[in-house]
Design a protein. Sequence first.
Length: 194
Amino acid sequence: MTSKDLGRDVVKSYTGNLLVAMPTLRDPHFERTVVFLLAHEADGALGVVLNRPTGVSVSEVLPGWEPLVSGPPVLFEGGPVGADSAICVARARAGVAGFVGFSRVVGQIGTIDLSREPGKVAERLEYVRVYHGYAGWSAGQLEAEIEEGSWFVFSALPSDPFLSQPEDLWQLVLRRQGGMTAAVANYPPDVHLN
């Protein structure tokens, strides 16, 4: 029996990849963003914006988690949906196969259940970052946005979600692609095409 027989379309999954906003994407929620896709299935997609740190300390919102946080110890704006929710993205230490409360996305990267006691998971984690809100797409919406040229899709490096200077991620990801794509990193932020 195939997926089509079950009434579902087969979708190429971009789970674990980066969505990099094209310079022409002017939606203020996504302009010059890099989104890490936590899930992408036939019924939709979910990810977090990696390069929008806020001024809110993690300790203000999630006491006990701040010692585990990598890079700036602040919440990141994960996206325009569910702004009252938090998602923790973490990289498990090498050799850690998994544990209760860790949902693997790709490789050693996954999400952590924030209701867990931070001290009980700390020794298993290498990097942690906390996002308020997320980016979400309904069935077919992300594929349509990619097709219309709103997003580049690139493989993620294990370090991408945890850079110490996340504001540089948009240009960094574009530059490492080489060729004409690397030139897009120099696109001026204040130029609008009509």
